[in-house]
Structures are given as structure tokens and as C-alpha cells.
Design a protein around this ligand. Structure first.
Ligand SMILES: NC(=O)c1ccc[n+]([C@@H]2O[C@H](COP(=O)([O-])OP(=O)(O)OC[C@H]3O[C@@H](n4cnc5c(N)ncnc54)[C@H](OP(=O)(O)O)[C@@H]3O)[C@@H](O)[C@H]2O)c1
Length: 259
């Protein structure tokens, strides 16, 4: 794992923390929910789009998991979300989509707009709605799940790469602007996560060895405890980040050879 910036997060612990995870019914989001439960979080607001997942999430720990309906494409559901939350320590902007497509193909503009709405504006809307309550925490954390495609454009995921690069930039902006926003006048710890292929529905088409979602969550929390704010949580992203540091254009060439 590597970090381009770091902050001291002495005594980072999930015990008794109140956390919100978007897109919590499957994949990496569900991996975060399991890990948060294992590591002692007090309450987990778990966003879903479909009520079919409500019971299964509640059954994980009915006193600690609170499913809430949120569709990132529907701003009023985000307003309603914020109205239900009066305490929050950690916000995990995880929900996302990835449509296979090129930047140059027909309808790429419309596809990019859609990817931006979910993968970038969705995270921005949720963050803006929850920032006032988050800043009441003694040690607030925002974790944005971007992608290695945010660092270097990924073949056949053109609109997705554009949207994730925008999310990466938003993550940097938040970090810069929230230097003294916490209740105690300290910084909001803003963390970007840049995974490679992980074993979820989203990467079903990638035929390669892929870590499990809960491993990503465990790696992220361990990295945050070490003060990392740019987290590459799997062997693929770690190798690609090294390559990027050595020679950014070479990584572009490596990715384009995968097309
Ligand atoms: N898996 C990978 O290889 C990989 C690599 C890099 C980054 N990531 C990122 O990791 C995050 C999680 O992805 P995943 O791999 O866990 O994918 P996933 O299994 O497809 O899960 C995506 C989650 O996002 C939710 N979601 C999608 N659109 C939404 C919307 N409009 N409003 C609210 N929720 C919405 C989905 O809800 P439904 O179940 O209702 O569809 C689902 O809970 C994404 O941001 C993704 O870009 C994944």
C-alpha cells in the first residue's frame, strides 16, 4: 500500500463508531458492513435501492444495521437520508456503476453524464448533505471509493474512468478545504480508495484473480490507522500505482494494451 499524503490518525478505531455506507447491499459496500460489524461499529446506516435487501441486512445485526433507501439519481432520497441521521463519524461513498464503453463511441456523452451523476455527483450530494452532522464528530472520516481508473484511464471503461477521475479530484478538494472543520477544530480525514478488479458484480467480466470485498474493507481500515489517505487496496492496484509513480505514461500504455 502506498500513500501520496498522510495524516496522523493515532488511535483510529471503529469501536462505537457511527458509519454510513452507500450501496451496502452487495459487493464492496456489503464487505464494509461485515467488517464494520466485526470491528465494533455501534451503528451502520446501510443504503439500499431495493427493499428486497432490507431484511437480509437487518438480520446481520438488527440493533446495529439500519437500512435506508437511497437512489443517488434521486436527490430527494438524499435529503430524506440526511433528515434521519443526527450523528455520524464515518461516511463511506461506495455506491457506483461501471458501463463498458469507449470515449469515442456513439452516445459516449450521454453515458459519461450518467456515470458522472452516479459515481461523482452522487457522492458529492451525499457528502454535502451529511457534512454538517459529520463535522460534529470528534474525528470525522470521509472515504470515497474511486478506482485505479481514476489514476489512469482504463480501456473500455471510458465514461467510468472520466467520472472516477472527477471523484478523485473532488476527494482532493474536500481534503484541502476541510482542514479545520471537525468539532475540535481538526481536519476531516478525507480518504480516497483506488481498487483494481475486486470480486463483485461490477467486475464480473474481468477474468483474473480478484480479492474479496471484505479484504478491501479490512485493508482500508488498516491503512487509515497508519495515516494513509490514498489507498491501493489490492495487488493489482498496488503494482499499477508503482508503475504510475515511476512513469505515468507507461501505465497508460500498459492499460491501452489491454484494449
Ligand atoms: N469491483 C471492482 O472491481 C471495483 C474496482 C474499482 C472500484 N470499484 C468501485 O467500488 C464501488 C462498489 O462497487 P462494487 O464492485 O461493489 O459493485 P456492485 O457489486 O455492482 O455494487 C454497487 C452498489 O452500488 C449501488 N448503486 C448503483 N447505482 C446506484 C444508485 N443510482 N443509487 C444508489 N446505489 C446505487 C448498487 O445497488 P443495486 O444493488 O441496487 O444495484 C450496489 O449496492 C463502486 O464505486 C465501484 O466503482 C469497484
Amino acid at each position: 500500500m502506498h500513500s501520496d499524503q498522510s495524516s496522523s490518525t493515532d488511535h483510529f478505531s471503529l469501536t462505537d463508531k457511527i458509519v454510513l455506507v452507500t450501496g451496502a447491499n452487495r459487493g464492496i459496500g456489503l464487505g464494509f458492513v461485515h467488517t464494520l460489524l466485526e470491528q465494533g461499529a455501534k451503528k451502520i446506516y446501510a443504503t439500499i435501492r431495493n427493499d428486497d435487501y432490507r431484511e437480509a441486512l437487518q438480520n446481520l445485526a438488527s440493533d446495529r444495521v439500519v437500512p435506508i433507501n437511497v437512489d443517488l439519481l434521486n436527490a430527494s432520497t438524499i435529503t430524506q437520508l440526511a433528515e434521519q441521521i443526527d450523528e455520524l463519524d464515518i461516511l463511506i461513498n461506495n455506491a457506483g456503476i461501471a458501463t463498458a464503453s469507449l470515449c469515442t463511441q456513439a452516445h459516449s456523452l450521454e453515458l459519461t453524464r450518467h456515470e458522472m451523476e452516479v459515481n461523482c455527483y452522487g457522492a458529492m450530494r451525499v457528502t454535502q448533505a451529511l457534512l454538517p452532522v459529520l463535522c460534529q464528530s470528534d474525528s470525522p472520516v470521509v472515504i470515497n471509493i474511486a478506482s485505479m481508473a481514476a489514476i489512469s484511464h482504463f480501456p473500455n471503461l471510458g465514461p467510468y474512468s472520466i467520472a472516477k477521475a472527477a471523484l478523485h479530484s473532488y476527494t482532493q478538494g474536500l481534503r484541502i478545504e476541510l482542514k479545520a472543520a471537525a468539532k475540535n477544530g481538526g481536519p476531516v480525514n478525507v480518504v480516497g480508495v483506488y481498487p483494481g478488479p475486486i470480486d463483485t458484480r461490477l467486475s464480473a467480466g474481468a477474468d483474473m484473480e480478484k480479492p474479496q470485498p471484505a479484504e478491501v474493507a479490512q485493508t482500508c481500515f488498516a491503512a487509515i490507522a497508519k495515516g494513509e489517505q490514498a489507498i491501493f487496496p489490492d495487488p493489482f492496484s498496488q503494482a499499477m500505482w508503482q508503475q504510475f509513480l515511476e512513469h505515468p505514461q507507461q501505465l497508460e500504455a500498459v492499460f491501452s494494451s489491454m484494449l
